[in-house]
Design a protein. Structure first.
Length: 455
């Protein structure tokens, strides 16, 4: 059975799970139940909007509304106040840029920044590329625990104050939801199965890029977290740091943990869950290519999303093929971009069937195509560095030692010191991914040497 959930930042399954947690105040739990109750109605409205837009584009034989005319060279940004009702769009907020309501001002400023991000980085004029006015409604409902794109505008709840807080506080959330609008006017990805996972992943990828762009961060400086800013004090006290983590989708610190490899894909599962697979692919591509995510990897993903070959039923392998084609087309002289994209997209491939059982050597990852992603942390200056290397490029002895370190369940002995480096090593192959933090004193020198600093 397909799970069809809407373009909300917090998956309904997470809200249902939290609503059953008796350690959360009853008022917050009821707020989550109320939030889930209206989700299906909003999903049907968004689906209708997307279907109408895609039908219009198809009937006109065009791939962008821009050729049919432009509403404005720079889109207007408007903000409305629902005043804790569920009446949309609410009352208009006069001069939101200077409003004393911090939520109104934040919604305006961040939406305007998203406009600048898409225009400067991708040459796009609003979500429809034709200057569409971007409307935001704030203070929606009472203790409403979500934010969503309803097919024509943005809506933000204030949160219950315990598990979630004001949903305008996380700029990646705003970037994520507005990107659902971009997808609606481009590939129009269906919201089920693999296209649904891609739909959510594209929003996470561009939301993360937007967050990094505002801070001028490199891929090494970025934290790759989604929704960290909307967690309330109770969620933080429980040890959660984000909704999702593109670098480590299955982390226990995520409120919504995800798979990171196609071998763990859940047929008919929630798009929010399965999106961890293409999320991790984008993270791997961006960190392998290096620099700033929106400059190369982001342009490749944008070209794939807006390609005439992208369509509502596009699956993960088909989207991966579009990213490879875009990498070659956009950066023909930079082979590192194509290689980074090609290697990263391997996590989106369906596992090949084997006629023989896997040997013990295969189980460890040394008998198949394996890639190691290394991030150096710590040190006296606290500078980060990263790199990656194919298993075949390592000396057999170094590779065997690295495999033993990754597979061992024994803790590392001794005091490694706060001023010493540690290495977060991720092994990627067709069996999935394994990540372990290894102290400098245990790390094979040849493996440690593949990292490069980015300041």
């Amino acid at each position: 059975m397909c799970v069809r959930s809407g373009r909300f930042i917090v998956p309904p399954s997470v809200l249902r799970r939290l609503a059953e947690d008796e350690s959360i105040p009853a008022e917050s739990r009821q707020a989550m139940r109320d939030c889930v109750a209206v989700e299906e109605a909003w999903r049907r409205l968004r689906d209708a909007h997307t279907e109408a837009i895609q039908s219009s584009l198809l009937a006109s034989g065009i791939t962008t509304l821009q050729v049919a005319g432009v509403l404005a060279s720079v889109p207007a940004v408007t903000v409305y106040d629902c005043k804790n009702t569920r009446s949309l769009p609410g009352s208009p907020v006069a001069n939101p840029a200077t409003s004393k309501d911090s939520t109104a001002k934040r919604a305006f400023d961040t939406t305007r920044a998203v406009v600048d991000f898409y225009r400067q980085c991708f040459g796009r004029n609003s979500v429809d590329d034709a200057g569409m006015t971007l409307m935001s409604s704030i203070h929606y409902g009472v203790r409403y625990d979500n934010a969503f794109w309803n097919g024509s505008q943005m809506t933000y709840g204030d949160g219950d104050g315990q598990v979630f807080t004001d949903f305008t506080k996380s700029d990646d959330v705003i970037g994520h939801e507005l990107t659902h609008g971009v997808t609606q006017f481009t590939a129009g990805l269906d919201y089920t199965d693999e296209p649904g996972a891609l739909n959510e992943s594209v929003s996470d990828a561009f939301g993360a890029m937007f967050h990094q762009w505002r801070r001028k961060q490199t891929v090494v400086q970025a934290d790759w977290l989604i929704g960290a800013g909307v967690l309330g004090p109770l969620a933080i006290a429980k040890g959660y740091t984000c909704l999702r983590n593109m670098a480590q989708p299955g982390s226990q610190h995520c409120l919504s943990p995800q798979p990171s490899h196609y071998r763990d894909y859940v047929p008919g599962g929630d798009p929010h869950e399965n999106s961890g697979i293409p999320n991790h692919a984008f993270y791997l591509a961006a960190t392998t290519v290096g620099g700033r995510s929106w400059e190369k990897a982001g342009k490749v993903w944008y070209a794939a999303l807006t390609s005439p070959e992208a369509h509502p039923s596009t699956g993960m392998e088909e989207f991966a093929a579009l990213t490879r084609a875009a990498a070659r087309s956009l950066f023909p002289r930079d082979t590192n971009v194509y290689r980074g994209v090609d290697d990263a997209e391997s996590v989106s491939r369906r596992p090949t069937r084997r006629s023989e059982p896997l040997s013990n050597e295969d189980d460890r990852g040394t008998g198949m195509q394996t890639r190691y992603i290394i991030e150096r942390r710590g040190g006296f200056a606290g500078l980060k560095a990263s790199g990656s290397i194919d298993g075949d490029a390592l000396d057999p002895g170094d590779r065997q030692l690295l495999e033993q370190l990754l597979d061992s369940e024994e803790p590392f002995a001794g005091d490694h010191g706060a001023d010493r480096y540690t290495y977060l090593v991720t092994r990627e192959n067709e069996l999935g991914s394994t990540t372990r933090e290894i102290p400098e004193s245990e790390m094979p020198t040849a493996v440690a040497s593949v990292v490069r600093s980015e300041i």
